[in-house]
Write a protein of this length. Structure first.
Length: 436
């Protein structure tokens, strides 16, 4: 796919037709877009009458403040996940457009590895991409998924062939400037016996930059394959963030998915993992830190389809000021998924009397030979802990920072990549203020 215009295009039928006219892509992809656009026009915006959205109010979100197509305006941001890390290849996106990157070494290309801008690769590897694109995140889930499928203009495609093991991580960074849009799509396919690591981060170029992100992530981990995937979301607190993220994990395969959710004005993310092959394992870890009036809502699903699978889920959130988090998690076990081992936990640390954390764990079990546990905790910092630290020379702020980092340590210990552990810890430490 190539784009040929930077003209501002509205989210109307005329604007959509202008977008189609500005890009060159396979016919099957254009047909996907048209179907998704029809879904977008037919579907309503979510409301607080919908169970999934009753705790997330988007009435102040106005799509007409943004435009289709995005421009690759210069936007500066530091890369934190890959700091000091030798990467296999990298991509950089600015306002939803791919700009620069570090190309893949020829030895991996010779083995069939593909890594690059999804929009461009759709022309070169159309048959392969068509097999997977928009199959996990369907364009009819809601109006946001339809909007994304109709209007995305760039993204990441990582393909690792059978039995190819890449030790160096891949890295992507997305930067957004004021008023920008990012509709990026990430598609990862790890074939049988393959192994890879992908580090992906997003940020705004300035604290006051407004914007819209409406994205999707699709991850395929085939039999005996292994993927370590890290997402660090650090948009400014004036960005609207909507995303559907889904993975399928095959027989004896393993997925380690780490999420850092720090930015955005309002975030609504659906993160689903389907364990479809016997002996599949998923380990999903997340840290969330909110401040001011941020609102982060994450809905997660661990679905056990096959027997003898393990899912391990741990999310921790710390909240300052008048911020709010909403987490609704579900372990779903199909009737044939005997010998399931599912774990789910969400802990919340309230650093302000005005902060609020809604935590709703759930189980749906149709099999009769399973072991599933879920739980949630919410509470404030114990003043005795602060006093204890201050009695040993810490300032109050230093004491609170140490307690918060200690609260997240259980998640950090699960992260096997040093740069990621350091990046998450440093990002959170910078935000901690006085405890009210």
């Amino acid at each position: 796919m190539t784009t040929a215009t930077t003209e501002k295009m509205t989210f109307t039928d005329e604007g959509f037709q202008s977008l189609l006219s500005s890009i060159t892509e396979p016919a099957w992809l254009t047909d996907q877009r048209k179907t998704a656009w029809n879904n977008f026009n037919d579907l309503p915006w979510p409301s607080n009458k919908d169970e999934e959205w009753m705790r997330t109010d988007i009435r102040l979100f106005k799509l007409d403040k943004f435009a289709l197509g995005g421009s690759a305006a210069t936007a500066a941001s530091e890369n934190v996940l890959a700091d000091g890390v030798e990467v296999a290849a990298s991509l950089k996106f600015q306002n939803g457009q791919c700009t620069v990157g570090q190309t893949l070494d020829q030895k991996w290309i010779d083995k069939g590895v593909i890594f690059g801008n999804l929009a461009e690769l759709a022309n070169e590897h159309g048959e392969l991409i068509e097999k997977y694109l928009n199959k996990l995140v369907e364009p009819s889930i809601d109006r946001f998924s339809a909007l994304h499928a109709a209007t995305w203009t760039s993204g990441t495609f990582l393909y690792v062939p059978r039995n190819v093991i890449i030790e160096q991580p891949f890295h992507t960074s997305a930067v957004m400037s004021d008023g920008g849009c990012d509709f990026g799509h990430t598609l990862v396919v790890i074939e049988e016996g393959g192994e890879a690591t992908l580090l992906a981060e997003s940020a705004s170029d300035a604290p006051e930059s407004s914007g819209l992100h409406c994205g999707a992530i699709e991850v395929y981990v085939a039999d005996r394959a292994n993927l370590r995937y890290v997402n660090l979301q650090d948009w400014s607190q004036k960005v609207w963030h909507f995303a559907h993220q889904k993975s399928t994990v095959g027989r004896d395969a393993n997925l380690q998915w780490t999420v850092g959710a720090l930015g955005s004005r309002l975030a609504k993310v659906n993160q689903h993992v389907d364990l479809t092959g016997e002996g599949a394992q998923s380990h999903v870890n997340g840290v969330m830190f909110t401040e001011n009036k941020q609102h982060l809502s994450y809905h997660t699903l661990q679905r056990h389809v096959a027997p003898h699978c393990i899912s391990d889920f741990l999310y921790k959130a710390a909240l300052q000021d008048s911020s709010r988090t909403v987490w609704r998690g579900m372990i779903a076990v199909d009737k044939d998924a005997q010998k399931t081992d599912g774990f789910q936990r969400n802990d919340n640390l309230l650093l302000s009397a005005k902060a609020r954390a809604d935590s709703i764990p759930g189980l749906e079990i149709l099999a009769d030979d399973v072991r599933c546990t879920h739980g949630s905790t919410s509470g404030r910092v114990d003043e005795e802990l602060i006093f204890y630290a201050m009695a040993r020379g810490f300032t109050r702020k230093e004491a609170i920072r140490a307690i918060v980092i200690g609260f997240f340590q259980q998640v950090f210990d699960r992260v096997t990549i040093p740069s990621v552990r350091d990046a998450l810890g440093d990002a959170i430490a910078r935000r901690v203020r006085e405890y009210e």
